[in-house]
Design a protein around this ligand. Structure first.
Ligand code: 13P
Length: 287
């Protein structure tokens, strides 16, 4: 059964670890992440961007697939199905489709508009028992068409949004979606500490988890980050393993063209990186 992300993230703040949000694109991604979470007794959040939802033919398809797969694979660890960087309309679609958690990304709106829309969506989500994430200070880079300037969130604005009753908060602290450029300045821990001081124990979310060095991840967790989003790194592991399979000519041997064989190395690649992240985030055996 799907759960909200509220309880698992509260436990993560108390236990000083973080739960990974891994974005899904299709059946292989979903199965790889769910089985890795179960094998490692770790809570997990499946992230679905609006673009990936569309690709999978709609949020209803995604919710039905995840629920059925959890049952057939006998997944018993806590799993939240979460909309990633949702629009106002996307949030309502996921509420209707049976997601257990949503994110409203109002970071590109003026703060008053972000507050107004987040307020409404907090009520809509809580009315039917879903958890909700909000965002202040856009995340840099591009993800599925969502482009962010990479601002450092204003701590006072974070406090305003936190006070609306959101369950966890994404605050830009120099993090970027996709690969980090060579001249990246790193995370702004001063800003993170100020935000934490104002919002207390509300779980913080670190987007752009791909490529952040381990010491920065650990410091972020020590300053209240309890959810870390990883997307690009799973794609890169899938790509690398698939490339090696084809370059080695394995698709030309016997029935190597069978999609179940062709996609198997990429599937294993996703499992490898998801387990590595769970180890780094400290969520293993925390189910
Ligand atoms: P990366 O693709 O950089 O890992 O970021 C993922 C993310 O933040 C999803 O919201």
């Amino acid at each position: 059964m799907l759960v909200t992300a509220t309880e698992m993230l509260k436990k993560a703040v108390e236990g000083h670890y973080a739960v990974g949000q891994f974005n899904i694109n299709n059946l292989e991604w979903t199965k790889a992440i769910l089985t890795t979470a179960q094998e490692n007794n770790s809570p997990v959040i499946l992230g679905v961007s609006e673009g990936a939802g569309k690709y999978m033919t709609g949020f209803g398809t995604v919710a039905a697939m995840v629920k059925a797969m959890m049952e057939s694979l006998n997944i018993t660890v806590p799993v939240a199905l979460h909309l990633d960087h949702g629009t106002y309309e996307g949030c309502y679609k996921c509420i209707k489709a049976g997601f257990s958690s949503i994110m409203f990304d109002g970071s590109h709106f003026p703060i008053d508009e972000n507050v107004a829309k987040t307020t409404e969506l907090v009520h809509a989500a809580h009315n039917i028992g879903l958890s909700i994430e909000a965002e202040v200070g856009s995340i840099g880079g591009e993800e599925d068409g969502v482009v962010g300037a990479g601002e450092i969130a204003d701590p006072a604005e974070c406090k305003r949004i936190a006070d609306l009753g959101v369950d966890f908060l994404a605050a830009g602290i120099g993090n970027i979606h996709g690969k980090y450029p060579a001249n990246w300045k790193g995370l702004d821990f001063g800003a993170l500490a100020k935000i934490k001081e104002l919002i207390g124990d509300l779980p913080l979310v670190l987007h752009g988890g791909t490529g952040i060095p381990a010491d920065m991840i650990k410091e972020a967790i020590s300053l209240g980050v309890a959810k870390i989003n990883v997307n690009t790194e799973c794609q890169l592991y899938f790509q690398d393993a698939t490339r090696k399979y084809i370059e080695a000519g394995k698709d030309l041997e016997g029935k190597g063209y069978d999609p179940r064989k062709l996609l198997a190395p990429g599937y294993e690649g996703i499992k490898t990186i998801v387990k590595e992240k769970m180890e780094l985030f400290g969520s293993i055996d925390k189910a």
